[in-house]
Design a protein around this ligand. Structure first.
Ligand code: HAM
Length: 418
């Protein structure tokens, strides 16, 4: 019998759970301040939803299971973008355009677990649906930056590319059926190199049984300035326009990065990734881009979209949030349960109040109250309750008094104020 947590899956005990909660709250606050609305996705779907355009990486890594009859194949969500695109395609989200949605979701990918790489991990993401304007791309990048800065992360770089240009370039000499595989290989190299493995595009292609002349690709991925794209007969104007918008919006820490092509296949133009170098191998904290064809591929209208997802487990590692763990302020020791519900309700409307359920001797319960860090202990005694009162002990000041139940909350507030 193995009752341990499976490989690549993690639990969060309260200290880390509260740190994650704090991280999520700050990010949620940023997302909502830009007008994004909460979307809660289903946990699993028909696997077809993710197979269509998610890309090899994700298809190979899906957690798949079957219905009892064996007729249907399901997959735990490996990401959320396809779910939202599907719902827009099916006409379930008919808000005026552009639609702005955000989500927090645990997602599942069958990966080889290592530090920062898990099989169940958390994402916070946004999708901006219904605008093809470059300002929409810029808004999502600004929001990504704003979100990570809100949790104290400032050592990051946002790499930006236009995958449409890479495709256009590859199509000139790579047979159409192989273009996506070359993109996957470029993405693999980027990801493997980051994890300290030495590899090349040629090698990654050889593993896939593809032999093409990679010298042109290598020349392409080594350019530093988008203006150089014209050397390859490519038009960098969309990228340049985006960079101008980013400047105007105050986004500073970005650079052109021709090796960013993303592992997911649905991207159609601008793509970006955020890296926090101090995280080492798993330094890619977020990724996103424009996907203008996914909704129509799901049978919906042509709706341009752009969005990103942050990997929260990685961001938490890099962030400086401190958990705010609720501490009991009041510890109630019931020597009788008469009027207990009423007393607890009044206290809990204002303070974190823990009920002593041990049935131990009063002295032991008082020790427990101190150990838990409570400032006040309330002793609900038979005799006092009959008179509509309880004993209020101030554990800091080591004082005690008998207080009317109706006045208890006010009395505690008074003491806290003094
Ligand atoms: P993605 O790049 O596959 O994009 O995932 C987003 C982020 O999730 C990554 O940047 C990384 O921080 C985190 N992540 C990925 N795999 C793991 C893992 N095994 N363990 C821990 N963290 C991981 C997407 O999922 C797209 N849906 C983003 C998007 C939204 N594009 C448009 N809209």
């Amino acid at each position: 019998m193995d009752i341990n947590i499976p490989k690549g899956v993690r639990e969060r005990l309260p200290e880390r759970a509260y740190a994650l909660k704090e991280l999520m709250e700050r990010i949620r606050e940023r997302f909502e301040s830009y007008g994004y609305l909460l979307y809660i996705p289903p946990t699993y779907e028909h696997s077809d939803l993710f197979v269509l355009r998610s890309g090899e990486e994700i298809r190979e890594r899906m957690f798949v299971f079957r219905s009892k009859s064996g007729k249907k194949e399901y997959a735990l969500r490996p990401e959320v973008t396809a779910q939202i695109a599907r719902s827009v395609a099916l006409g379930k989200i008919s808000y005026p355009r552009p639609i702005r949605l955000y989500y927090f979701a645990n997602v599942f990918r069958y990966e080889e677990p290592q530090r920062g790489r898990y099989r169940e991990f958390r994402q916070a993401g946004v999708e901006l649906i219904g605008s093809s304007n470059i300002l929409a791309d810029a808004e999502t990048i600004a929001l990504l930056e704003d979100s990570v800065e809100s949790v104290g992360v400032s050592e990051y770089i946002i790499g930006i590319n236009d995958v449409a240009l890479v495709r256009e370039f590859l199509r000139r000499f790579v047979p159409e059926g192989y273009v996506q595989q070359v993109l996957t290989a470029i993405d693999r190299v980027r990801s493997l190199m980051r994890r300290g493995h030495e590899t090349t595009v040629a090698e990654e292609l050889r593993k896939r049984g593809i032999e093409i002349d990679v010298s042109k690709i290598e020349e392409f991925v080594s350019i530093k300035d988008p203006a150089e794209l014209t050397r390859f007969g490519l038009d960098p104007s969309r990228l340049l326009e985006l960079f101008e918008k980013l400047e105007d919006m105050g986004v500073k820490r970005y650079s052109f990065e021709p090796t960013i092509v993303r592992g997911l296949e649905y991207y159609t133009s601008i793509v970006y990734e955020m890296d926090v170098p101090k995280l080492g191998g798993a330094s890619q904290v977020a990724g996103g881009g424009r996907y203008d064809e996914l909704i129509s591929e799901f049978g919906g209208p042509k709706e341009p979209c752009v969005g990103f997802a942050i990997g929260l487990d990685r961001l938490l590692e890099a962030s400086k949030v401190s958990p705010r763990i609720p501490k009991p302020l009041v510890y109630v020791i019931p020597l009788t349960t008469k009027r207990l519900g009423e007393i607890l309700k009044a206290l809990r409307s204002e303070f974190v109040t823990v009920l002593d359920v041990s049935g131990r001797k009063l002295r032991k319960s008082l020790v427990r109250a101190i150990e838990q860090g409570a400032r006040f202990a309330i002793i609900v005694g038979e005799r006092e309750v009959k008179e509509g009162k309880v004993v209020l002990k101030d554990l800091n000041e080591r004082t005690q008094e008998v207080v009317r139940i109706e006045e208890l909350v006010g009395k505690i507030k008074e003491k806290l104020g003094s």
